[in-house]
Design a protein. Structure first.
Lengths: 400, 354
């Protein structure tokens, strides 16, 4: 169909690194960031493993140079750090020069503060400043404030674990339609007792390192992270002589319409999302060089997604891996984290390993790429699947 | 680029608006600081067993979407796009309080599952068995307008032909309490019809759902053409008039082309100036209407503004109760909605008679 949308900058903070370079080093050296949780006091500590950014909130406040009366949630702070790196990477100095907006994804939003001060809000004046930072859009408003984006299109998507992938999709549409010249897209989510206990009640948290696509997988490790990409129109790229890191070539979103939290056995939604993405990219399945799978390591996801991948790729299955064993499942941010990893894969012509894999699943013979592999890559397909049946696929390419 | 039409509407609000054959014929006045919707007969739309499991927002969203689909006379859509500023507050509160009260023990997953922001859009898809594009926008007072903008872009390029788009907001008891302590909710009860004269800070909070079927073909049921949608994360008071004039210019219109302007004043003494200056300024010769004195304030209540404008354009009548001034207009061709919340997240929606 149409041409890809240029990516000109990236930023990330995750359990395996505080910037793009650190994340890449960890990925190629097989260094995972899964540990016990330190920054949240929870009775579940000894029963779960997480992908945690080890900075405390106070350290993040210092890094961002925020005033002491700030009301930033942890989601907003992680988001601001990644967003600033992305803007610097894209060499953006004059915000006003082009129509610039933000589309971010989050599911936790300011829940970390809400659960900390829930009842105190009613009586303790000092904590009440966080009441206004609860809603999901607040973290995005804060990121806009940090970047100096005013009077512009700034919005937030929350479709559970596919939020950031959907933010990339909307961003690409906004550039194609000419509504914006430049847009920061991505997502941020911090760890919280809310999500830790939520996923615990669903009995899909592993008590050890998560093992995507393994027969004996025990569930996911929750993670926290933020990542953003800068998308720019061809006109801006040309006028500013910008270096293009990669392109958003195709995207697709579909709903599984099967169950509020579980994916259908056959992965109908994921199949549709991948097919739509291939169609907008005008690519055949055989032209995809690497799949960065959602691969959360839950029984349900990996089976459903695996079947969907087989339905779409059949005999043309390229190497695939899930990077969740490195970072944990970073929920709404996952699509952006893995977008950064997909672009890194394209830039370095390398496929990141699916760590912790031992035994193939009995339902099919799909074996993920378990070792770091050098391969000339032109296209990477990345999946993000979420609650509410939300399935998203984004395809990244080297050439427009 | 294809033109985009609002082909059906549905509203569940503190007024009796769920019946599309009526247009604010019966008005209920409230004397409170938090007001709730007049409920349609949910049983008529959802099996009782399913309805019992649904929190208020889900129920309102599902039923409003059915009313909109019925009026448009279609079975399915190419996309379901919702907006909700606060999300599923009732289930979120249940789960957070259970975590705290029981020290992370004895928890059950139901409220967690239903707490996700995209629960309503997911439930609508499940009910319609609709596997199409499904998005939820969660950006405070522009959540609905973000959904509307996405809708419009996809219809213009013919990526989709029919889209179900809506905004939904429910009130959680605890959230209401905490918004009271920071004075986002009015300190004293007010007669809602008189809310603009309250001279106090905060608003009267409410809940509700407003859904629309928007298409790139004009159906017989058509209410209005959706011409333009714009959102701004920030805007100082002094720049509102200029911004609106620029927006009209981008759409090849002058202020005198506007036949009715729909304002989002909510009676908050600290923020109603945003509208007041327009009322006395660039729109002083234009018919002005308002609605939050009927349906209160919430993050997606601006969708009610679009409902009101659509209804006015279709029926060519303006109920007395919504008029802020009295200007004689022979034909109502163009309507502009302007809303903001607490000085942030401004939106402009431009509609034309179809």
């Amino acid at each position: 169909m149409s041409k890809g949308v240029a990516i000109t900058g990236m930023g990330i903070i995750s359990a395996i690194g505080n910037n793009v370079v650190e994340n890449y080093e960890a990925l190629i050296n097989g260094k995972k960031g899964i540990t016990r949780v330190d920054n949240i006091e929870t009775v579940q500590r000894s029963e779960i493993m997480v992908g945690e950014v080890k900075f405390t909130n106070d350290e993040l406040i210092t890094q961002l140079n925020l005033p002491s009366d700030n009301n930033y949630s942890r989601t907003a702070m992680l988001g601001a750090i990644a967003a600033k790196e992305a803007f610097a990477d894209a060499g953006i100095t004059d915000i006003k020069k082009y129509k610039t907006g933000i589309v971010s994804g989050t599911s936790v939003g300011g829940m970390d503060m809400t659960e900390k001060y829930y009842y105190e809000y009613l009586t303790e004046k000092e904590h009440q400043k966080y009441i206004e930072s609860h809603h999901a859009g607040d973290s995005t408003q804060k990121i806009a404030e940090q970047l100096g984006i005013e009077e512009s299109l700034v919005t937030t998507i929350s479709t559970a674990c596919s939020s950031a992938a959907n933010a990339i999709m909307l961003g690409a549409r906004l550039i194609k339609s000419g509504k914006l010249d430049r847009v920061l897209v991505g997502g941020a989510d911090c760890l919280s007792k809310f999500t830790i206990n939520g996923f615990k009640t669903l009995m899909i948290l592993s008590d050890t390192y998560n093992t995507p696509f393994d027969e004996n997988r025990k569930g996911l490790n929750l993670g926290e992270a933020a990542a953003f990409l800068v998308l720019e129109s061809d006109e801006v790229v040309k006028a500013e002589n910008k270096k293009v890191l990669a392109y958003v070539k195709g995207y697709g979103n579909a709903n599984d319409a099967f169950h509020q939290t579980a994916s259908s056995d056959n992965g109908d939604g994921a199949t549709l999302a991948m097919e739509k993405a291939l169609k907008t990219a005008n690519l055949k399945a055989s032209e995809i060089d690497y799949i960065n799978a959602h691969g959360t390591a839950t029984g349900n996801n990996d089976l459903s997604e695996g079947r969907a991948i087989l339905r779409v790729f059949g005999g043309d299955l390229p190497e695939f891996s899930s990077t969740k064993a490195f970072t944990g499942h970073t929920l709404a941010a996952a699509g952006a984290i893995e977008a950064v990893y997909s672009v890194l894969a394209l830039q370095h012509n390398v496929i990141f390993p699916n760590l912790n894999f031992k035994t193939p699943m009995k339902e099919f013979s799909m074996i993920p790429q378990t070792e770091l592999k050098k391969k000339e890559l032109n296209t990477v397909l990345s999946n993000s699947l979420g609650f509410g049946g939300n399935c998203s696929t984004v395809i990244f390419s080297k050439e427009a | 680029m294809k033109k985009v039409y609002i082909n059906s509407i549905a509203s569940i609000s503190p007024q009796k608006t769920y019946d599309n054959s009526m247009f604010l014929d019966e008005i209920t006045d409230y004397n409170d600081t938090v007001i709730f919707p007049q409920d349609p007969d949910y049983k008529q739309y959802i099996p009782p067993a399913a309805a019992r499991r649904m929190a208020k927002g889900i129920k309102m969203g599902v039923v409003a979407s059915k009313i909109a689909m019925d009026e448009a006379g279609i079975e399915t859509v190419d996309a379901i796009i919702t907006g909700t500023g606060m999300g599923c507050m009732i289930d979120s509160e249940k789960f957070v309080s259970a975590i705290i009260d029981n020290n992370e023990q004895y928890l059950t997953p139901t409220s967690f599952i239903q707490s996700t922001h995209n629960t309503v859009a997911g439930q609508i898809a499940l009910g319609m068995e609709c596997k199409a594009y499904n998005f939820t926008y969660v950006h405070s007072a522009i959540s609905f307008e973000s959904a509307l903008l996405d809708t419009k872009m996809q219809l213009e390029t013919d990526e989709a032909q029919h889209i179900l788009v809506g905004g939904v907001e429910e009130l959680g008891e605890h959230t209401t309490k905490v918004h009271r302590v920071i004075n986002h909710i009015k300190p004293d009860t007010v007669c809602i019809s008189e809310v603009l004269n309250s001279k106090t800070e905060g608003a009267v909070f409410s809940e509700g759902a407003n859904f629309f079927v928007v298409s790139n073909e004009k159906k017989q049921s058509c209410y209005a053409e959706l011409v333009a949608v714009k959102t701004l994360n920030s805007l100082i008071k002094e720049k509102v008039s200029k911004t609106i004039e620029n927006f009209l210019e981008e759409n090849n219109l002058m202020r005198s082309d506007i036949d009715v302007v729909v304002f989002g004043n909510n009676g908050d003494v600290d923020y109603d100036d945003y509208y007041q200056q327009l009322s006395e300024g660039i729109f002083n010769k234009i018919q002005q209407v308002f609605y939050k004195h009927l349906v209160g304030e919430n993050n997606t209540v601006s969708a009610f503004g679009v409902w009101l404008a659509s209804k006015i354009l279709k029926t060519q009548t303006i109920p007395e109760i919504v008029k802020l001034n009295e200007i004689n207009t022979s034909e109502i061709k163009t309507a502009l909605c302007y809303n903001q919340y607490r000085g942030q997240n401004h939106s402009l929606v431009l509609l034309k008679k179809c």
